[in-house]
Design a protein around this ligand. Sequence first.
Ligand code: FES
Length: 329
Amino acid sequence: MTRRICQVKLNNERYLAHAGDLLLDWALLNGVELPHDCRAGQCGACRVRLVQGRVFGGHEPGDDMIHACQARIVSDIAIVTEDVPDQVTLSGNVADIVRLAPDIAGVTIEVAKPLSFLPGQFCKLQFRGYPARSYSPTYPLEGRGDDHLLHFHIRRVPEGKVSSALGHDIAPGHRVKISGPFGSAFLRRNHHGPIVLVASGTGFAPMWSIAVAAIMEQPKRQLTFIVAARELRSLYSHAALCRLALFPNVTIIPVVDVPQSDFPAIRTGRPTDQLPALSPDTVVYTSGAPVMTENVGRIARAAGARCYADPFVPTTTPSEQARVRWAAR
Ligand code: FES
């Protein structure tokens, strides 16, 4: 049976494809270098924007960002890609491990060569002798950034193969392989409308990176940052958030699951209940538990707002969650 020929406009180039072709395979066969990694719809590395036409699979209804590794071409389409830094592999050493909260470690890795990444992206870390895990490099909570130091927030879980070794077998001086960057939930610069950030747990790391970069780009921009944790002691970022709150149009909304009465400014409940009114001019970024990021995405799309998320999913170690894994996520 002859398959229908479809036109594909990719950025400003025009190509032909067969109806039913998987977009990523079609691109690679045609010499188009689309970034990709997991091929499972998880890492977000292959996401492109669909500006015209239809594809089957690879996106949520109403979302124009599609996973090329999951989307089949079913009509004439136009897609655009965004410039992202090339993926590289570097080696480094653990420089420091600190306790940010009872269940969260701050890990600093020293690299000989800076890693180029966009605020909100993530990379794979492989501590020597341990399986790879994915975490977001973030801006330091105190002091200025240094191109040769990468900062990560890692949730400790008792059975986690990697996180339970932090501070024990994995200590300063431990060798680390760093690959990346990956992900599509990075700051879109030159946007002048409101920004809403929603983070839970160590999803704070990429959102903090975006918040700092967004304010450095436009110090008077309207920015709402919802930071969720299960309980008060896991809200590890308050000092940094207090500094961010000094900017004129920044609103910080901390929220916890477990009710508390010590701090009236800290709300109780679900982060989605704290969302401000969204409009098509709003850009929402979210990172953390999949249920939360899916709900935030759904609310944003219903309001016509653009939403970017690279949700956490479980690794092969059931209790240890890390960002997008495909060697194990
Ligand atoms: S390569 Fe498509 S989501 Fe990872």
